[in-house]
Write a protein of this length. Structure first.
Length: 52
């Protein structure tokens, strides 16, 4: 009975760690995507001002 509780607790802790890691990864991907959009817009503005 004690081993089952210990195993369940360990599985719960591992699940929490795995989910928090996924949250950090998703947040990082969102920031990278936003930076990419900003850089693309800045490059487009540079090209537009150079063409004028």
């Amino acid at each position: 009975m004690m081993a089952k509780k210990l195993t369940t607790g360990a599985a719960l802790i591992l699940t929490v760690f795995a989910l928090s890691a996924c949250g950090n990864t998703i947040r990082g991907v969102g920031k990278d995507a936003a930076n990419t959009v900003n850089a693309t817009q800045a490059a487009g503005q540079s090209v537009e001002s150079a063409a004028n």
